[in-house]
Design a protein around this ligand. Structure first.
Ligand code: HEC
Length: 508
């Protein structure tokens, strides 16, 4: 029986092995997994926005995203063999295979009508109308000297009273130079003092804010980041008379570039049951310290943190500088079970981020979080900023090191284990209904977004278009009436802010 089936599959395989084309096989991968950064005006250097551009750069794409030894795209640090997070940026084996086949088969374009359209990649808020918009007081000039620049700006909230917060969205003013962004909230005057000492708008500060503000790790952004509302009933808080500290890392630029970044704050509209809490594992928790990395050594530090009450973990944020190399963080429950939290095999300061779990992770009181971090202070670490090598200790400059593992959590509530944090994935399907003479359209949105639906004939002529602004996340269904259409092949396309898809429909 087994043999019979494998022969059958082999036969089918030979018959349906069709030409791999750009429009049908490759465009959906590139447009959904690369173009959010690689589009005109996006953060990344090349714009993978059409057949010509992708074909032109196929060699580089192959090296950057397919070569198992060299690949670094799409950028995603956590090891997906170890644990999973929402909005993971990875190519599946099947996707890599498709791109590989397309290149080896001669990079054929295919039928234009079968090509999904680029997502819309909107510039402003992706969540709707914010309740509080905090903008930089003036634009900042990042000098075009090919150097990184780290600068903190103080954004006063002018709030007389505090507010519960359901989402914090950072909109970089200039994605070409915004490399990563960290937010703090403060009620002291320390930042003002640092600002006064530094010429020009804002103050220079490589790591953090130069002091510990009231909230150190309030929110953050890296390219490709998607902001989401906190799960229902869960809220953050913004203090009265506070200011938001905006730490901008501007990437190297050959030309002068201006930035004016905005922070959008959304107040909670539903009753708040629980507040988001945070904690950080730091060198105080290291069992084999002191935190000091001798020149020409690789050193692993082992920290432990004991959970003080039942809680549900939501996200983690590891932080080190350029010597940090490997992270392994896991929790051991009181009953001896282990839960993997995050493993990073090649830490890259440039892609530090909040990593949100797909589901809450329950940690009972007495669970122990083990946080093991390896630092590489040898010549072999090509990111090592100290040449010649030197001993490295704790510090805020790029040539010093850090060991911080932030985690966000809420107090545990019965049933948390079953709550999905990120919601589901985007999906789209279009099926011809002969009886009703229509095309039934089904789609699921991972987030609230504008939706455009289009129907094309096989010659790529647009037949119908519908647009729905601000469609809620979740499942939707609609239809295209086909009573007046001739039999033939049609192509149904869905375009949202971050997702695109195209389905073939045959009207017999
Ligand atoms: C989250 C943003 C993001 C995504 C998604 C992304 N890239 Fe990149 N890519 C970058 C940035 C930024 C650079 C510039 C180098 C760096 O900073 O690492 C880059 C560089 C590259 C380069 C090298 C360009 C050069 O001039 O050296 C290639 C090739 C590339 N990416 C291909 C891809 C492919 C293929 C995908 C999808 C499978 C992808 N990238 C997804 C952000 C992204």
């Amino acid at each position: 029986m087994k043999n019979y089936f494998s022969t059958l599959f082999l036969v089918i395989g030979v018959f349906v092995k069709a030409q791999t084309t750009f429009t049908e096989n490759v465009a959906p991968i590139i447009y959904n997994k690369c173009s959010s950064c690689h589009h005109t005006g996006g953060i990344a250097p090349l714009a993978f926005i059409n057949y010509t551009e992708v074909k032109k750069h196929a060699g580089m794409i192959s090296m950057a995203a397919l070569d198992p030894k060299a690949k670094f795209m799409p950028p995603w640090m956590p090891d997906t063999q170890y644990s999973h997070f929402i909005d993971e940026r990875v190519l599946t084996d099947k996707e890599m295979e498709s791109i590989k086949n397309w290149i080896s088969e001669g990079m054929v374009e295919g039928n234009k009508a079968a090509e999904p359209e680029l997502p819309s990649f909107p510039k402003g808020s992706q969540l709707g109308k914010p309740d509080l918009v905090l903008s930089m007081k003036e634009s900042f000039l990042h000098i075009g000297n090919n150097d990184d620049e780290y600068r903190v700006f103080i954004l006063p909230t002018n709030l007389k009273e505090g507010h519960t917060v359901s989402a914090i969205e950072i909109v970089p003013g200039n994605p070409k130079i915004a490399h990563h962004i960290i937010l703090g909230v403060d009620t002291t005057q320390f930042a003002e003092k640092l600002d006064a000492k530094d010429e020009g708008y804002g103050y220079s500060q490589y790591s953090g804010f130069g002091f510990y503000p009231t909230y150190d790790n309030w929110s953050g952004w890296v390219p490709g980041n998607k902001t989401r509302f906190f799960p229902d009933g869960i809220s953050n808080y913004i203090l009265p008379n506070s200011k938001v500290l905006l730490q901008m890392h501007y990437g190297p630029s050959p030309i002068d570039a201006w930035d004016s970044t905005t922070v959008n704050i959304f107040y909670s509209k539903t009753p708040v049951e629980r507040f988001l809490k945070g904690w950080v594992i730091s060198p105080n928790d290291i069992k084999d310290g002191p935190f000091f990395i001798k020149a020409n050594t690789k050193q692993t530090f082992h920290a432990q943190y004991k959970v003080v009450g039942d809680c549900s973990l939501i996200s983690v944020t590891p932080h080190a500088h350029w010597l940090g190399k490997k992270w392994e963080v896991f929790a051991v429950h009181p009953n001896g079970d282990t839960t993997h939290l995050i493993r990073i095999n090649d830490w890259d300061f440039n892609w530090q981020n909040f990593f949100s779990f797909q589901k809450f992770i329950k940690l009972e009181k007495g669970s122990i979080i083990y946080c093991n971090v390896m630092y590489d202070n040898t010549e072999k670490n090509y990111r090592n900023p100290n040449r010649p090598l030197k001993n490295v200790a704790w510090g805020e400059s790029a040539k010093d090191e850090m060991f911080l593992f932030y985690f966000a959590y809420v107090d545990y509530k019965q049933g948390d284990e079953n709550i999905e944090i990120g919601g589901s994935l985007n999906s789209f399907d279009a099926i011809y209904n002969a009886e009703k003479k229509c095309i039934n359209i089904f789609y699921n949105l991972a987030e609230n977004t504008d939706v455009t639906l289009k129907l094309y004939d096989d010659k790529n002529k647009l037949i119908t278009i519908t647009e729905n602004k601000g469609t809620e996340k979740g499942k939707h269904g609609t239809l295209f009436n086909t009573a007046r259409l001739n039999p033939g092949t049609y192509w149904c396309k869905l375009i949202t802010a971050n997702y695109t898809s195209c389905k073939k429909v045959i009207i017999p």
